[in-house]
Design a protein around this ligand. Structure first.
Ligand SMILES: Cc1cc2nc3c(=O)[nH]c(=O)nc-3n(C[C@H](O)[C@H](O)[C@H](O)COP(=O)(O)OP(=O)(O)OC[C@H]3O[C@@H](n4cnc5c(N)ncnc54)[C@H](O)[C@@H]3O)c2cc1C
Length: 532
């Protein structure tokens, strides 16, 4: 279905649910609700996952740090949160086998007395995962640690505790959630911003929205309006009631990306204590090494930026484990804002990442907090609440059993088949893991004359620009470079160099004039230079 048809649908009907925000939370709600038979609209003001949901550490996890807090404070609620998240971990790995994988993580130990502490903690993590377990945690010798993660400092190394968690491509997972919701009958659109809320007799009956591509405004009717705008939740809440008190605090977390030589392809490091008592991960990710994160109160910003101080901080935290890494080794750095439910006097680092559903007197349902790993549970809690509270005609939730688009008919041997068709190994693996069951369609476009790489040394192809523009609602060069491919997150200079060709290919697909193409090119370059 094309954008014109979707826009027509948006103004022509009254929806059961109108979801504002196309991050993990909103896309999860749209999928849960549409697959239960509800009439759903999802609107995202920029691109799917353009906010926090493309800027995570990319771990599908229960959170070993939250486990540590739970054990230290004998907090059963926290322990249950870790257990629930571990259950969700197994569902994400099952329903998106192309976009996610189990990953070994090593916690290097330089003091022998630390071993029982970390070993016991990670064994509790195993126990909490119950039937949703991956491989069990185990102690590994210093020799094996160095074999598995050669970049780690060897002097004084006593060994490591190895455990497994999940890892994923957050932006593509988010996109596929939105596209799967569309497949289930939802009306899903990006570049549609909610600018006002419609009320009748003090009850919400929909929203006014603006199409950011055409500038047109329209009204969308809905029985229930869901606010899933993450760090921006209070903006929507204040459209409903300008006097409502603040609910969400933003906390910034940055990541840096280094060359792949800093991590082996299938093992990461958990650095268990930073100078401010947190943890930092060093992870192999899509051909680079991802390092982060930080946790500092931050002002709201549509496109938050990693500061030099934050980059220096991250490099300093890894120094005892990986040695000196020069600033020039940082290929890309970006920031994301955590939407933390604020409670008076609470320090952002200590707030639990559990989620909240709040109903305003006019019926606005705000869903916020939580974490990526628990998006499905958050979504089904929200839809259950809406169904019960407003008597919506919905069936039982089915999302535990619904694979995402590229997971439907997924062939585990897909990469091998692409290699047999003559694709180089890195490209075959990339297409298989990014597109899953859809990879042969992209490969076909490549074979028809678009098999050039977008950037030397990276597996992204011209064919992906065409496929993502036609099938994945990409509207700008940055949609392609930051979220359909992940080049802008991995390598700023390579992404900048690819902008002209991506713009040229999109211009042909979308019929842009030369002025429009130049404008798109400039906008993409400016945003990449401004750290995405
Ligand atoms: C640094 C960092 C690392 C993290 N790492 C992990 C991790 O490894 N694992 C994990 O499980 N979790 C992790 N998280 C948490 C996770 O990323 C977030 O909980 C999750 O992405 C929040 O999703 P969301 O949909 O609520 O918010 P968002 O992704 O921010 O989505 C909200 C959307 O609403 C849109 N919007 C705003 N206003 C409007 C409007 N007026 N009209 C229409 N749309 C609007 C925005 O553009 C945005 O796309 C991390 C978070 C951060 C910041």
């Amino acid at each position: 279905m094309n954008r014109t048809d979707l826009l027509e649908q948006l103004s022509a009907q009254t929806f059961d649910l109108l979801v504002i925000g196309g991050g993990a939370s909103g896309s999860g709600v749209a999928l849960d609700a549409a697959s239960r038979g509800l009439k759903v609209a999802l609107v995202e003001r920029y691109d799917f996952a353009e906010g926090t949901s493309s800027r995570s550490t990319k771990l599908i996890h229960g959170g070993v740090r939250y486990l540590e807090i739970a054990v230290k404070t004998f907090d059963r609620v926290q322990l249950n949160l870790v257990r629930d998240a571990l259950h969700e971990r197994s569902i994400m790995l099952k329903n998106a086998p192309h976009l996610s994988r189990p990953l070994w993580l090593l916690t290097p130990l330089y003091k022998l007395w630390e071993t029982p502490y970390y070993y016991t903690g990670l064994k509790i993590y195993d126990l909490l995962s119950g039937r949703a377990h991956l491989n069990p945690a185990r102690y590994v010798s210093a020799k094996e640690t160095l074999e598995r993660f050669p970049a780690v400092q060897s002097a004084g190394l006593k060994g490591a505790v190895a455990y497994q968690d999940g890892q994923f491509d957050d932006a593509r997972f988010n996109l596929e959630l939105a596209l799967t919701a569309l497949q289930q009958g939802a009306t899903v659109l990006n570049n549609i911003e909610v600018t006002g809320l419609l009320k009748r007799e003090n009850r919400l009956v929909g929203a006014t929205v603006k199409d950011r591509l055409s500038g047109k405004e329209l009204e969308v009717g809905a029985k229930v309006v869901v606010n899933a705008t993450g760090p921006f939740s209070d903006h929507i809440r204040r459209l409903d009631d300008p006097a409502t008190p603040q609910l969400v605090k933003a906390s910034s977390g940055i990541h840096i990306v280094l060359d792949k030589k800093y991590s082996p392809p299938d093992t990461g490091l958990l650095i268990p204590h930073t100078e401010d008592g947190r943890v930092v991960f060093v992870l192999p990710w899509l051909g680079g090494t991802l390092v982060g994160t930080t946790d500092d109160p931050a002002p709201l910003s549509d496109h938050p930026r990693a500061t030099e101080d934050e980059i220096t901080y991250v490099l300093r935290q890894v120094r005892p484990y990986l040695g000196d890494i020069p600033r020039e080794a940082v290929r890309s750095a970006w920031s994301g804002l955590r939407p933390l439910v604020s409670r008076p006097d609470a320090d952002t680092a200590k707030l639990a990442r559990d989620h909240l559903i709040q109903e305003s007197p006019s019926g606005l349902l705000t869903l916020t907090g939580g974490k990526w790993t628990t998006y499905r549970k958050m979504a089904l809690d929200l839809v259950n609440y809406a169904v019960k509270r407003f008597g919506l005609p919905a069936g039982e939730t089915r999302t535990e059993q619904i694979p995402l688009l590229g997971g439907q008919g997924f062939d585990p041997a897909g990469a091998q088949r692409l290699k047999e068709r003559g694709f180089p190994s890195d490209i075959a693996e990339h297409l298989h893991h990014s597109f899953g069951a859809k990879a042969p369609e992209v490969a076909q476009i490549a074979t028809n004359g678009y098999k050039e790489r977008l950037a030397a040394g990276w597996p992204y192809l011209e064919a992906e620009v065409l496929y993502s523009t036609r099938q994945e609602m990409a509207q700008t060069p940055l949609d392609i470079l930051a979220r359909r491919t992940r080049l802008a997150f991995l390598d700023t200079l390579a992404a900048l160099a690819a902008v002209p060709r991506v713009s040229e290919l999109m211009a042909k697909e979308l019929g842009w004039s030369s002025e429009e193409t130049a404008r798109q090119e400039e906008a993409a370059k400016a945003q990449i230079l401004n750290a995405i």
